[in-house]
Design a protein around this ligand. Structure first.
Ligand SMILES: Cc1cc2nc3c(=O)[nH]c(=O)nc-3n(C[C@H](O)[C@H](O)[C@H](O)COP(=O)(O)OP(=O)(O)OC[C@H]3O[C@@H](n4cnc5c(N)ncnc54)[C@H](O)[C@@H]3O)c2cc1C
Length: 333
């Protein structure tokens, strides 16, 4: 079968790898040229078996990620360590997304994906079956299935008039990088206050990243703001504000189109496993496309919608419980 994937982040590339392993033909289009920047360096340990399944665990380990056993939760200066799973010694990863995403994409290309980087889709052509083809400024791509893996922009979903439900008030996360700070911690730190949290992670010997999220209301932070722990260092690289309002597409599978990763559902980074969920949704869609020779399209679309619904609502319940535990007041989520 021929599959066109828009977006070559973790969701798009993991779908491609799984489809190619099963003999499908895959074309990928990303508006960015790789390597490209992306936020989010702390990967949940649950990702390790998936990296093995995608045959990229060795390459990921070779890129020398830092590893951690859990998260330090800090309230009023007092720190409580929460291990992921003490009995099993689970370890998360701290790494550079641009390196990690390139490892995933290169694996897809090695297995036969045709990748068009720095190319944007411009038009969707429809037939009664759903999507017939997608145009760029130079080509027309036809396929049996079309996958929207364009992240928060959800380009194909928007063109296909798929609407989103929101489950929180507007949430804007700020993030940036600091080099040469002497601040040291074995584990990523989540520093709680009455309005929200600040996340600090060391990603290299001399480089930290931070994320700030206010859950009460949108508190705009100044361009020089840094977490207290990192003010001895120097701001470096990209600093951005990102809309992380909790949302999910009303349908994540329609006709011959699937939405995966952030294009299907977004939670704020407090859930701490956006990359894991993106990869899981990609693997799930590849599995369902594989089933399409023996099951009706209607059945596989329903299965996917149900799966996303369950995953998303499980995650929302956990995130709400976490925010209640740390007593964040007045939030409307
Ligand atoms: C501040 C912040 C911190 C985070 N921290 C973490 C963390 O620590 N751990 C974690 O697991 N998750 C974290 N996340 C979430 C994580 O970044 C996302 O969940 C993850 O990147 C989703 O992967 P994806 O493949 O769906 O989308 P993306 O990684 O966003 O990839 C989408 C791809 O689509 C391409 N694209 C966009 N528009 C188009 C278009 N029109 N046509 C073609 N291509 C297009 C983009 O160039 C990009 O390559 C964080 C998010 C934020 C905002």
């Amino acid at each position: 079968m021929k599959i066109l994937i828009l977006g070559a982040g973790p969701a798009g590339s993991s779908t491609a790898i799984q489809l190619l392993k099963n003999g499908h033909q895959v074309t990928m289009i990303d508006r960015a040229k790789f390597p490209r920047h992306a936020p989010g360096e702390t990967l949940h340990p649950g990702i390790e078996p998936l990296l093995k399944q995608l045959n990229i665990l060795d390459e990921t380990l070779l890129s020398a990620p830092l590893r951690h056993l859990g998260i330090e939760n800090i309230v009023n200066g007092t720190s409580t360590f929460k291990a992921y799973n003490e009995a099993e010694n689970w370890r998360g990863f701290q790494l550079f997304r641009e390196e990690f995403d390139t490892i995933l994409l290169n694996k897809a290309i090695e297995l036969g994906a045709v990748f068009h980087g720095g190319v944007s889709p411009t038009k969707v052509n429809y037939s009664i079956q759903g999507i017939q083809s997608i145009e760029t400024s130079t080509d027309i791509f036809e396929a049996d299935y079309f996958i929207d893996a364009t992240g928060k922009r959800a380009w194909l979903a928007n063109n296909f008039a798929i609407k989103f439900n929101e489950y929180s008030s507007k949430l804007i996360a700020y993030y940036g990088y600091v080099k040469n700070s002497k601040h040291d911690s074995l584990h990523p730190e989540l520093i709680w206050d009455e309005n929200g949290w600040t996340w600090i992670t060391k990603v290299k010997k001399d480089l930290h990243t931070w994320v700030r999220l206010d859950l009460n209301e949108h508190v705009k932070i100044g361009s020089k703001w840094l977490p207290n722990q990192l003010t001895d260092g120097t701001q470096t690289g990209i600093r951005k504000a990102v809309d992380v309002t909790w949302r999910k597409a009303k349908t994540c599978a329609k006709n011959n189109c699937f939405l995966i990763g952030d294009a299907a559902f977004v939670l704020d980074p407090g859930s701490s496993h956006g990359v894991l969920k993106a990869i899981m949704s990609g693997i799930m869609v590849a599995y369902l496309i594989n089933q399409s020779s023996s099951q009706s399209t209607h059945t596989i679309m329903n299965q996917y919608n149900l799966w996303v619904h369950e995953q998303f609502h499980k995650d929302i319940t956990k995130l709400r419980a976490l925010y209640c535990e740390y007593n964040i007041k007045n939030s409307k989520y």
